[in-house]
Structure formats: C-alpha cells, structure tokens
Design a protein around this ligand. Structure first.
Ligand code: GLN
Length: 535
C-alpha cells in the first residue's frame, strides 16, 4: 500500500512548494523508494492551457499531452516519477467531472454537494495515483492556507488520513519565518497563525519546512515548535539558496528530513545515495567558464513564463562546466532599436515559443542577425516558425512571407494551420499536444547531437511549416533534418553554412533534466562557448 505526503503552504504564496515537493521526491528516491507526485490547483480553469503566461507562467506539457502547471516540470526534473495528465487536478477539472456524472444521472437522485461529492472526487484522484509499486504519493496543494477556494482540497486531505489510517499519511506545511531587519529578529507569528488556520479545519501538520532568509535561530525553532504543537525535531529549515534550486535536496539531507519522513511513515528504505546531486552542485558552484546568451521573447518580464527553457539552459551550462547568464530581451524592443544593439556581444541566441503577432518582427530581426553574424541559434516552436519566415524572406526572396497565424493575407504562407486544426472550435486542449516521434536526417547536426535516428519530443502548437514551400526552402540551403515518420510534418530545421543553427517545432526544454541535459541545449551552449573561445 502506498503512503501519502500532503504539502500545504502558508503565510504567502510563491514559497516554492513545487520545488520543495520535488526535492522531497528526490530525497525519497535516493533511499530507493518509488514516488509519484501531483499538484492540486484551486482555480476554476480546467487546465492552465488557456491562461496567459502573465497570469500563470509557463504551461508545462506532459508526455501524454496534458497542459499543466509548471510545478510538474520540477517534479520531472527532480525525480524519475512518470508524470501524466492525472498529476494535475484543478477545481475546474473536479467540477467538470462531477457535473458530467450528475448529468448522466450517476448520483441517482441525490443532492450533489461540495461535501461529499466534490471532496470524494478529489480523494479519488489521490487514490488513482497510488498504483502498485508506488511507495509514496506526494500531493501538493496549490494556493495558501486561508484561501476560500482551496478549502475543499484541505477538507479532502483531512478526510484522507481518517480513511486510510494515521500511520499512512504525513502532512508537511511549508511556511515563512520572517526576518525583521530593523529589529534583527526572527518573527514566527505568521507561521503560528497559518498553522492555527490549518488546525481549525482539523489538520495538525506533522512537519514544518520553514523558508527563511537567514539560518533559523534555536529560539525561533523552539518557539515555532511550541506554538505549532509539534516537536522541535519536526521543524526544518529551507534557507534561500545561493546558487541553484538543485541544492535543496542536499540541504534537506543535511538536516535528515528523509530520516524523519521514513521513520514517521514507517517506510522500509535503503541508505541514502545523493552522490550524483552532490557532484552536480559542486559543478554549479565552481564553473570553469562563463558566457552570456540572449533570449528574445514576448513574456520576458515574467519570471516563470519560460521556466523550462531557463532550466534547460542551466542544465546545458552544467554539462559544459559553464555558468550561463541569460539576457532577457523583449522582442518589441528589438523592433525599435534593431537586433545589433542587443545581440552583438552575446554568444548565442534563443527564441522560445509563443503565440500571436506581438513581438514577432523583433524575433525575426534577431534571428536574421544571428544567421548573418554566425551567432549560435536555437529556435523553439514559434522560434522555429520565425526562423523559417526569416529564411524565406531574406534567403529565398519571398517578400512578406509569414505565418497565417499572424498575417492571413500573406502572399507566402510558409507557416500555416495544420490540416487537423482547421475545423476545431474549442481553444482548450485542442492543439497538437504531447509526445510524437521524429526521424532525423543522417549526417545532420541534430542527428549527431541526439546520437540516434528516431527521437520523441513534446509538442504544443497549431501551425506548421507549409509543405508547399519545402522545395524552395531546401533549394536555398535550409535543411529539413527532422520529419514525422510519415514524412508529413517538418519537426526540425538547420543550416550548415553556420556554426550552429537549429530550430525545432517541438519543445525540447520539457525533457531536459539536471542529471541528463538535453542534447540540443547542451550542444547549443557548447557552440556558444566555442564562439567565445572557451570550448
Ligand atoms: N503559435 C504557434 C503555433 O500555434 C507556436 C506555438 C508555440 O510556440 N508553442 O503553432
């Protein structure tokens, strides 16, 4: 039978519950345990796929094509858990399912209520993940304790322990200990109140993980323990990290958080082995090189809009013993000031995915500069589409070439809506989503990078390279080096009269992990280092 860990958050949002949950997953895996992770999101959208990146940050795509919360990206990067569409449950998804059952008549005339019908639906989604072989299911409850909208989730996890037995459930509360600079004092009151709110609804946390700017004083630990009604040994510190989030499993291990969890849940486990993570963090702390690359995007001001891309760059840097600084460049500013102003001293350029017309011309200008100046370039999804438009306009003399997403009346629709998308009405969950295979051209840069002929990568798009333009593009030197196995869809393009120029219709960033960096990001950074004379 699987054991369960529930992770709640208190005091403020953005405490890093996702990373904390994921790091606990790392710790348990390092002790030979098999974990599964899931996130509950209290908002009413069925999934975040229709939300603006400004509202929500990145939409993370799973292998099976679900558009999910970016915390699931942390789960995949920190653990080996198989993350699927079942691992992200929103209020919208729960209600959608309950209402469908009600319409079908499944409730046999009963009044359908938040308790028990909504809470049962939530509990079912927890049980569903507790499959044979899974030792621990870690469920993160989004939002902050005290939010009205997260109450059904908290009630469901309270009942869950009642249903499956005390010894099978552990409640971990992530909270903030406030350091008041003026008084040079650590303040625990907000944490006490947050735990008070949890106790009011019947949940006594078993473990507190305290985010803190400074190391917790003994006094702060003891006071927190006393007023939150748990032993001081159950209070753990999560101090802001100096270098990387990948230090967090090691920080927890130093305090023996894994021992505490394993003993509280009476789990049988091996001795811990975090050596790969220690080596990783050593490399991060003492890199041999440093470079700066540019990223030209539309949502560049939002910290989390391209989360997995930033992480994949970080991993690729580690693989090359390099610290990679990313200059975030707003695409619209490139339109105003020209690409050279931003890019001339950079070692590489990434243009990530996106939607809509804003900033597209800036991205195209930036790609033109990278192509003409021999700056290593990696294009992702819309980034690839912009590279095709740029090449059509400036290398094939197809003036006003465009994507029909942006210009319906273009005389040269080099990027156009996929046939399968033409008749769709609904926006939610209807893009080409998830993992698809792709065959790589022998002798291509991409083929060498991956070291295999067939790959599979995750997608999230409606538009594609228009096959009517394949001949013109290839005649002028564009190499269509990755195709769907039936040959119908162009998945990767590259140039050979350039140090490194590769762009993908898919999102390689979703599959990059710190311990197995993505080959395209790795080789992009390697060529960026070579440009700087630091191979
Ligand atoms: N807007 C483009 C499309 O739908 C690209 C999508 C993306 O970059 N994820 O095809």
């Amino acid at each position: 039978m699987s054991k369960h860990i529930f992770i709640t958050g208190g005091v403020v949002s953005s405490l890093g519950k996702g990373v904390t949950s994921a790091a606990i997953g790392t710790l348990l895996e390092a002790r030979g345990l098999k974990v599964q992770l899931q996130k509950f999101d209290p908002y009413v959208n069925v999934d975040p796929g229709t939300m603006s990146p400004y509202q929500h940050g990145e939409v993370y795509v799973t292998e099976d094509g679900a558009e999910t919360d970016l915390d699931l990206g942390h789960y995949e990067r920190f653990t080996n858990a198989k993350i699927t569409r079942e691992c992200n449950v929103t209020t919208g998804k729960i209600y959608h399912s309950v209402i469908q059952k009600e319409r079908r008549g499944d409730y046999l005339g009963r009044t359908v209520q938040v308790i028990p019908h909504i809470t049962n639906e939530i509990k079912n989604s927890i049980h569903r993940l507790a499959t044979p072989g899974i030792d621990v299911v870690i469920s993160e409850i989004g939002g902050t304790v005290g939010d009205i909208e997260s109450l059904p989730f908290l009630e469901a996890i309270r009942q869950f322990r009642y249903d499956v037995g005390r010894e099978n459930v552990l409640y971990i509360h992530l909270t903030l200990i406030i350091y008041m600079r003026a008084a040079d004092e650590m303040k625990t009151k907000a944490t006490q109140q947050s735990v008070g709110l949890l106790r009011e609804i019947g949940i006594q946390p078993d473990v507190l993980v305290c985010r803190t700017e400074k190391p917790l004083t003994r006094e702060a630990i003891e006071k927190t323990a006393l007023y939150c009604n748990l032993p001081a040994e159950a209070v753990f510190e999560e101090k802001d990290v100096d270098h990387s989030i990948y230090e967090i499993p090691l920080i927890f291990r130093q305090q023996k958080l894994d021992d505490y969890i394993v003993s509280a849940l009476k789990l049988e486990s091996t001795a811990e082995d975090l050596r790969p993570w220690s080596r990783l963090v050593e490399t991060i702390k003492a890199p041999s090189h440093e470079i700066e690359i540019g990223m030209v995007g539309k949502y560049i001001t939002h910290q989390d809009a391209y989360k997995s891309v930033y992480e994949a760059i970080h991993h690729a840097g580690i693989a090359n013993q390099a610290r990679v600084k990313v200059r975030r460049i707003e695409a619209e500013r490139v339109e105003e000031a020209g690409a050279a102003a931003f890019l001339k001293d950079l070692s590489g350029l990434i243009v990530p995915g996106g939607f809509g017309y804003r900033g597209v011309e800036g991205k195209i200008q930036a790609i033109r500069f990278a192509r003409e100046e021999g700056i290593p370039f990696l294009g992702l999804c819309l980034g690839m589409q912009c590279a095709v438009i740029e090449f059509a306009r400036h290398s094939c003399d197809l003036q006003r070439a465009h994507s029909t997403e942006i210009d319906h009346t273009t005389p040269h629709p080099v990027i156009s809506l996929m046939e399968t998308q033409q008749s769709l009405q609904d926006k939610g969950g209807t893009m080409r989503l998830g993992s698809y295979p792709c065959d790589l051209l022998e002798g291509s840069v991409a083929r060498k990078s991956y070291g295999q002929a067939r790959i599979s990568e995750r997608h999230r798009h409606r538009y594609e390279l228009n096959n009517r333009y394949r001949d013109t593009l290839t005649e002028h030197g564009l190499i269509l080096c990755g195709l769907s196995p039936d040959g119908q869809l162009v998945e990767i393009i590259e140039l050979h009269d350039h140090p490194w120029f590769v762009a993908t219709q898919f999102h390689p960033e979703f599959k990059s992990k710190p311990l197995s960096p993505h080959p395209l990001f790795r080789d992009f950074i390697r060529s960026a280092l070579a440009r700087r004379g630091q191979p």
